[in-house]
Design a protein around this ligand. Sequence first.
Ligand SMILES: [Mn+2]
Length: 428
Amino acid sequence: MIDAELIDQSNKARAAGLGRDVQNLAERLGRSAATSAEALVEALMAFSVAAPSWAVGTGGTRFGRFPIGGEPRTSEEKIDDVAALNALTRSNESISLHVPWDLPDDPAGLKEYGEHRGIRFDAMNSNTFQDNPSTTRDGAITYKFGSLANSEKAVRDAAVEHNKAVIDLGVALGSTALTVWLPDGINHPGQADHRTQFERVAAGLQAIHDHLPDDWSMYTEHKPYEPAFYATVNFDWGSSLLLAQAAGAKASCLVDLGHHLPNANIEQIVSRLAMVGRLGGFHFNDSKYGDDDLTTGSIDPFQLFLIFCELIRAGDGVLPQLAYMIDQSHNIKDPLEDLIQSTEAVGIAYAQALLVDRDALLAAQEGNDAALAQETLQAAFRTDVRPLLAEARRRSGGAVAPLDAYRESGYRAAKIAQRGMQSVATGL
Ligand SMILES: [Mn+2]
């Protein structure tokens, strides 16, 4: 573990500099109570973004995988890594499991394991994009030609059963949400009927929705291609909305930033889904071309800022309570360093969006003053809010400089000694 003493030592060396930076910002910002440095620090202290269990191992590409060493071998070790991350950031208080990559024999024990380390269970993810031993018995059932949209009823039923089992597991872990990302689609034009596939998926999602406990939510996650390359059933936000509406009242749409065709206006999608009350959550990452799973905010931080502006707009000045998660699996960085950087990027975009003078923006919009509207957004976006994030972490017991503190801790080397150089995270 990364202990408080190490973080204290790391913070002491940076205390004076941080104090000066925060003071400078406080003097520059403090126009109104809502956008004061103090208000932003408090908002940041209350914010948490989930880490997925698959992001603590080294991902790979179809060209290969280069393990970094010391990767978690079990769900418990994945929780250990998220707890280490949270000790530094104080903004990653939950883990999102992926079934069957995570299939605990003793869910109650795993829940307790998480509780002891201050880690809750975020949305459950059901995987039907590969065959798995729990529902695709003896090879008689296969998801080769899809799951909920499969032409064979036995396969569709198995996919529904898998999702129900994931809900049951989530109940035992204290989770309250299911994210359904489907592999269903068409690789070759004419291979299957678009409408029939959609109707089968809608029926399957209804059956899964019927199994949700009262306090649960369910998210549909769209993606334009992969694993099918000609068409996917849930290919865009419109299809996702139709599927969520068909599934039932507890279903809403989840936006994965990498699941759009190049140049899609994601902030506008966010606005539309929020407008109709079906925006459920986010998977944060960044991309240049496709579902690149690059570090959040590393390619297009302005887009991330504009997305958070839409969220603040949807919440009328405050961030709505949605499912916020980082969905990345890096293949060359230390996964924990990647998560530290993504968590920072999400916090920056959030704080900058809170900084927008919404009254001035509205006045510029209604007055058709495009130049002033742009100035208003840029005034917030160009503000370096990083000292406020550092201050929020410091007050919460986290590290002022989490990446430095992580390296100073020697965590990776200790985990290589404990888990080995060739350990592989389940599912990767
Ligand atoms: Mn995702």
